[in-house]
Design a protein around this ligand. Structure first.
Ligand SMILES: Cc1cc2nc3c(=O)[nH]c(=O)nc-3n(C[C@H](O)[C@H](O)[C@H](O)COP(=O)(O)O)c2cc1C
Length: 341
């Protein structure tokens, strides 16, 4: 209720302006965050799960792209979530696409974004995570979503993913290969037959090399896919992921389709929120059918989660974990409490 009133005010301003204000000023109040726990953290130990050795205190987390540079990790720990996925991070810092690049579709409860992997780069993110780890509770999971820089050609993309892994392996608890954002030219082609096998092979080899050379533990690597895939494409990706030893799939990223929207908005980019839910649920369901045989291959559902009903839908379709982004913008920071209750 309180947030609904605040939202009336916040939504009068451009979305990226509000985002920047919150992400600039909220970190100054870090030391007060634990005081919020009794309010936001209600039921936060419900339904815990261990994913290939990594324990999540509940099944709800923050999806990639909201806290790209790890500025609010300590906040997510107190706000009732089991994990945050920081990034997408690229080896080098980059500014992303020209503004405006973020649009609310209020009537549809959606967002269109074409941010283009704006981020401060892998080295800075590593420092942020290591610092935050000293302050968050031990069982708070920090995933790192990795991507390629804009200038890196597709046939060299694997080098960027490998660089990110190299820099961040020690800091992150799990990693996500993002090959599904629609806002980096050509990126989604990495999901196709031409690139996917070599890409996954190179990344898994790199992980094995890091584990051996730096004597670090094995960590989960997931793949994040688009909702706009045909059944054939989905099967190619799933088979390659299982074959090369990827630990699971996040379904899904944003869609480039524009079906049945009420809002009259004609912007390029990826669409998220309520209008995405049906599509990402369908992909999750199909993945779950492909995944019948494999009990340790993890499925993570993202796309259009606003309520506990949406969350339960994802779980019923086979999700081991669920992530939110757009729902938090519309429902406020109390969304974890609301869903997990
Ligand atoms: C503004 C914005 C930026 C995003 N940036 C990223 C990103 O950098 N990397 C990524 O993997 N997904 C990114 N996403 C996709 C979300 O992580 C999520 O997969 C998608 O929005 C569907 O969930 P939702 O409907 O709860 O928002 C972004 C989404 C939004 C709305």
């Amino acid at each position: 209720m309180l947030y609904k009133i605040l939202r009336l005010f916040l939504f009068r301003f451009r979305p990226e302006f509000i985002h920047n204000i919150i992400f600039t000023f909220l970190p100054f109040f870090k030391f007060f965050f634990p005081l919020l726990r009794p309010f936001y953290g209600f039921n936060e130990y419900a339904n815990s799960v261990t994913v290939n050795g990594l324990k999540f205190r509940n099944r709800l987390g923050i999806a990639a792209g909201l806290d790209k540079d790890g500025q609010l990790i300590e906040f997510w720990d107190t706000a009732g979530f089991s994990h945050v996925e920081v990034g997408t991070v690229t080896p080098l810092a980059q500014p992303g696409n020209p503004k405006p690049r973020l649009f609310r579709l209020v009537k549809d409860k959606g967002i269109i974004n074409r941010m283009g992997f704006n981020n401060h780069g892998a080295e800075k993110l590593k420092k942020k995570i290591l610092k935050a780890k000293k302050r968050v509770r031990k069982d708070f999971v920090i995933g790192v979503n990795i991507g390629k820089n804009k200038q890196t050609p597709l046939d060299k993309a694997h080098e960027d993913y490998a660089k990110c892994l190299d820099v961040l392996y020690e800091a992150g608890d799990y990693f996500v290969i993002n090959i599904s954002s629609p806002n980096t030219e050509g990126l989604r082609e990495l999901q196709g037959d031409k690139y996917i096998k070599d890409l996954l092979f190179e990344i898994v080899m790199k992980k094995n090399e890091i584990v051996k050379e730096k004597s670090l533990p094995e960590k989960n690597i997931f793949l994040k896919i688009a909702p706009d895939l045909t059944d054939e494409e989905l099967k190619t990706i799933y088979d390659a992921a299982v074959y090369y030893g990827i630990n699971g799939i996040i379904a899904t990223n944003t869609t480039i389709t524009r079906n049945n929207l009420i809002s009259k908005i004609n912007q390029e980019g990826g669409l998220s929120g309520k209008p995405l839910k049906g599509m990402s649920d369908t992909i999750l369901k199909k993945l779950n059918e492909l995944n019948r045989e494999s009990s340790d291959f993890i499925l993570i559902g993202a796309g259009g989660v606003f309520t506990s009903g949406d969350y339960k839908d994802k779980m019923a379709l086979g999700a081991d974990l669920v992530q939110v982004y757009t729902g938090l913008i519309y429902e406020g920071f109390g969304i974890a409490r609301k869903i997990l209750k």
